[in-house]
Design a protein around this ligand. Structure first.
Ligand SMILES: [Zn+2]
Length: 331
């Protein structure tokens, strides 16, 4: 009698536990494992920061290694879904020697988090990417909800990945566009909080403060932050040696450009001007073309020029890549 009651009670307890596990599992799983639409990217890889090894080369496989895994084998079937279109740096940055020019890299930790957790901050020595001739389309100063989405549409139609150096101010105003940039497989880079030269170039501390401010905003939207940045106006025009040292010490990699659409030039330049500028600046066949354009509000002509710019670069024999800490410097 007693043992029968005991068995019934035990069965009930197990049933409750099993149901509970199932709910936790599917609830936690759903956002990360689905097709990389914008919303899913919010699933915070930051939480996975404790298991850095899994974050490395094949994010799809890594997704499964979260704690829910044990509870529900069928959920593992989702592991065969497409890999996330980016790599999350390991806590010790040991997984960053990548050979795919089109794979963005992010960090699950902000700089202040790394310091607080006692994790390395400076990047280890990384070999620059050397593969086929590569063009890096970069779009600064966005995002917005008009030009940037139009550019994203064109990039998708052409199967091209690019890099968006965004300000914290605009990222906070257009978080959905930020999510789409990442979900579409492009790279997001840091371009300061609000592009104010006076404040940025007052001191290295001021510059670093703005970079961290923007990182916090991007981390809040995405659950991770970039390691790449572009100095507003270009490092070559504004940096002293102290700035270079400061960035190196804090694990940021800056890239200027070696080709420009000049789409912020005065005199209302047109799409054809941008096409001509890029065409002439890449005709020399440079191995690595880092191309400056802008995707902030008002740059519709840049979007109009983009299909032809992509066609010309392909005709010149370029593949397209995204900027990572391994991207060679433009000069
Ligand atoms: Zn800028």
């Amino acid at each position: 009698m007693i043992s029968k009651r005991f068995c019934i009670a035990l069965f009930c307890v197990l049933a409750v536990i099993f149901t509970g596990c199932t709910q936790v599992s599917s609830g936690d799983k759903a956002p990360a494992a689905e097709k990389p639409a914008a919303k899913q990217e919010t699933a915070p890889p930051a939480a996975d920061g404790k298991t850095p090894k899994q974050e490395s080369a094949k994010p799809a496989a890594d997704e499964k290694t979260t704690t829910q895994e044990t509870s529900k084998p069928p959920a593992d079937a989702k592991s065969s879904k497409p890999a996330l279109p980016y790599v999350i740096a390991a806590d010790d940055f040991s997984n960053l020697q990548l050979s795919d020019a089109a794979q963005p890299v992010y960090d699950a930790h902000t700089l202040s988090e790394r310091i607080r957790l006692g994790l390395p901050v400076a990047l280890p020595a990384l070999s620059p990417y050397h593969g086929p001739k590569t063009a890096y389309l970069t779009f600064d100063d966005g995002p917005d909800d008009e030009v940037t989405p139009a550019i994203l549409d064109i990039l998708a139609e052409n199967g091209v990945k690019a890099t968006f150096y965004v300000t914290g101010l605009h990222a906070a105003a257009y978080p959905d566009t930020i999510r789409r940039i990442v979900a579409d497989g492009h790279a997001v880079g840091n371009h300061s909080y609000d592009h104010d030269y006076d404040r940025l170039y007052a001191s290295t501390d001021d510059f670093l403060y703005e970079m961290e401010q923007t990182d916090e905003i991007l981390h809040g939207i995405l659950g991770f932050r970039p390691l790449i940045l572009r100095a507003p106006g270009g490092a070559s025009s504004h940096f002293t040696d102290a700035y270079e040292a400061c960035l190196k010490e804090n694990g940021y990699v800056e890239h200027d450009w070696n080709s420009s659409a000049a789409d912020t030039a005065p005199g209302n330049p047109t799409a054809q001007d941008f096409i001509d500028n890029i065409s002439s600046q890449t005709a020399d066949g440079k191995e690595s073309a880092i191309i400056l354009m802008h995707s902030s509000s008002g740059h519709q002509e840049t979007a109009r020029a983009l299909p032809e710019i992509i066609r010309v670069l392909r005709e010149y024999g370029y593949q397209f890549g995204v900027v990572t800490p391994m991207t060679p410097q433009p000069w």
